[in-house]
Structure formats: C-alpha cells, structure tokens
Design a protein around this ligand. Structure first.
Ligand code: C2E
Ligand code: MG
Ligand code: MG
Ligand code: MG
Length: 290
C-alpha cells in the first residue's frame, strides 16, 4: 500500500504526477485533433536589412488557434509534438504552407533578389531520411527556387551528431536551399565543427541581443559571434531587436540583418502582406526604419 501515512508527501507527489500525465495525454489528443481540423496557422515576422530598413523576407512561426484556449504559442506544444512524433506531420504542413505563402508574395511583390522565407526545422524533422525529397516536391509544386527558402536548425540540433548533420546539410544544399543556425550562442558549439557546416547564416540568440545595452560584456559576445560568422563566410541575423539603440550597435558591428519587435511582431498573413504592400507601393517606398 502506498506510503501516505508519513507526511502525505507521496500522495501529493503521486497526484501531481497523475495530473501531468493526464494533461500530457490531453494535449497529445488535442494536437492530433488540431491537425485534422486545421487549427494551425503561420505568423510571419519580417527580417530586415539593418542598413536600409528593407524587408528581405520573413520567418514563419507556427501558432495554434485552439478552440478553447485561443492563440497558443509554440513553446506550449512543440515539445509534445516532438515527443509524440506529431511534429513530422505538423512540420510537413508548415513547409507547405510557408512555401505557398512565399509563392503568393513573390508573385505579388517581385523583387531582385526575391523575397525569402525562413522555416524552423525540429530535430525529428531534420532526422527524417526523406526530408530533402519532401522539400524538393514542395518547391516544385510551388515553382520556387530553393534559394529563396531558408531552413533554420538550432545550434543544439546541429551539434548532436556532427557528421550526420554535415551529410544532411549537404543534401539540402544540393536543392539550392539556404541554411541557418538558429539560437546561436545558447548551445555548445565546437568551433572546429562550425566551419564544416555548409550554412549561410548565423542567428544570434535573442538573449545576447536583449542584454547588449546592459553590460559591455554582452555587447562583446554579440560582436564576437558576428565576427565569427563573417570569418566563416556567413551573414548574421540578430534576433529580438527591440530598441533603436540595439539596432545602432548592431549596425556598427556590421551585422547584416535584424528581426524583432522594433521592426514588427510576428503578423498573420494579412498583416504581413500589408507591410509588404507598403514597402512595394509604386509611388514610393516605406521601409521599416524603426
Ligand atoms: P525562434 O526560431 O528562435 O523564433 C524567434 C522567437 O522569438 C519567436 O517566438 C518570436 O516571436 C520571438 N521574438 C521575435 N522578436 C522578438 C523580440 O523582439 N522580443 C521578444 N521577446 N521575442 C521576439 P515564438 O513564435 O513564440 O517561437 C518560439 C520558438 O518556437 C521558435 O524560436 C522556434 O524554436 C519554435 N518554433 C516556432 N515556430 C516553429 C515551427 O514552425 N516549427 C518548429 N519546429 N519550431 C517552431
Ligand atoms: Mg527560428
Ligand atoms: Mg531563433
Ligand atoms: Mg530564439
């Protein structure tokens, strides 16, 4: 019989566990149903050239329009989607949806170079043996050049199994796709491997950017990451740019691109299209200068 008499600790612990398990199963069932009922939606956050303020593309960020909970953010469901393998189906939908949206934007707002889309890949998706074939099909269906689609994998995922990462990245590269390392600086990177990854872009994690103005030490970290990226022939995107002061510092460090609330929060497709319409209006351009 359970040891409930001592201090009642076990009982509390047990019911806490029970609650967690029930909640997790509930979430898993909800996720499945949400996928079937198409409750997911992509929001898009502009990626801006720091020098010109011009939108060069968007990062696609998934949202869940939950019938009871309202708008649910990825931190609340991506981990369970990964544990249950549901991320593969969800990720496939995300790739299709983002590429279809990019097709529309490139048609509506032609530019040279063309607008780009960045798509986050989870570790499970990255490990799928047929990932490249799936993406190739999606590119073909939407008449997209791989060069306007950028895949983001986190530093942690990339470093898990370096040799297989390099193989997978080369495969994706052969489709002309662009690649980027996300949340750089939060994981453990070995510099001797980083230079072997065939990636185009480093994304400096928001945590460093947000502390840039507080201490000179964090400004130095951003500077070091930016220089590292440039030395390896990559361009650099700063995430989480929230203030004009951060933007000015980043520009002084020759960081090429910024993404953050200073420019825009992630927007629904209509909102993102409206931003583009303002930038591409024929009677003049309005860039996101602040
Ligand atoms: P991430 O890829 O690093 O995405 C950037 C996150 O920072 C987004 O959060 C974005 O809304 C937030 N952000 C951008 N600018 C600012 C800012 O100025 N200030 C602050 N405080 N936050 C800012 P979000 O959309 O909640 O996504 C969180 C994470 O969930 C993403 O981090 C990514 O790892 C994951 N995720 C999002 N969408 C997808 C997806 O479609 N597939 C996969 N596998 N993961 C996704
Ligand atoms: Mg990302
Ligand atoms: Mg990121
Ligand atoms: Mg991040």
């Amino acid at each position: 019989r359970a040891k409930t008499s001592d201090k009642g600790g076990y009982e509390v612990f047990a019911s806490g566990m029970h609650l967690q398990v029930v909640q997790r199963f509930q979430l898993e069932a909800d996720l499945r149903r949400g996928l079937e009922r198409q409750e997911f939606q992509l929001h898009y956050q502009p990626i801006v050239s720091l020098a010109t303020g011009r939108i060069v593309g968007f990062e696609a960020l998934v949202r869940w329009r939950h019938p009871q909970e309202g708008l649910v953010f990825p931190a609340a469901f991506i981990p369970v989607a990964e544990e249950t393998g549901l991320i593969v189906a969800l990720g496939q939908w995300i790739l299709q949806e983002a590429c279809q949206q990019l097709r529309h934007w490139q048609d509506q707002f032609p530019s040279d170079p063309p607008l780009m889309i960045s798509i986050n890949l989870s570790g499970c998706q990255f490990a799928q043996p047929d990932l490249a074939a799936r993406i190739e099909k999606i590119l073909h269906t939407n008449g997209l050049d791989g060069h306007s689609v950028k895949l983001e994998i986190t530093e942690t995922v990339a470093m898990k199994d370096v040799e297989s990462t390099i193989g997978l990245l080369l495969q994706l590269r052969s489709l002309n796709l662009r690649l980027s390392i996300d949340d750089f600086g939060t994981g453990y990177s070995s510099l001797s491997y980083l230079h072997r990854f065939p990636v185009d872009t480093l994304k400096v994690d928001r945590s460093f950017v947000s502390r840039m103005s507080d201490t000179s030490e964090d400004a130095t970290i951003v500077q070091t990451i930016t220089m590292l990226g440039h030395t390896l022939g990559m361009d650099v995107i700063a995430e989480g740019v929230e203030t004009a002061a951060q933007r000015t510092k980043l520009q002084a460090l020759n960081c090429e691109y910024g993404q953050g609330y200073l420019f825009s929060k992630p927007l629904d497709p209509e909102g993102a299209t409206a931003l583009l319409a303002a930038q591409f209006q024929p009677w003049g351009t309005r860039y996101l200068t602040n």
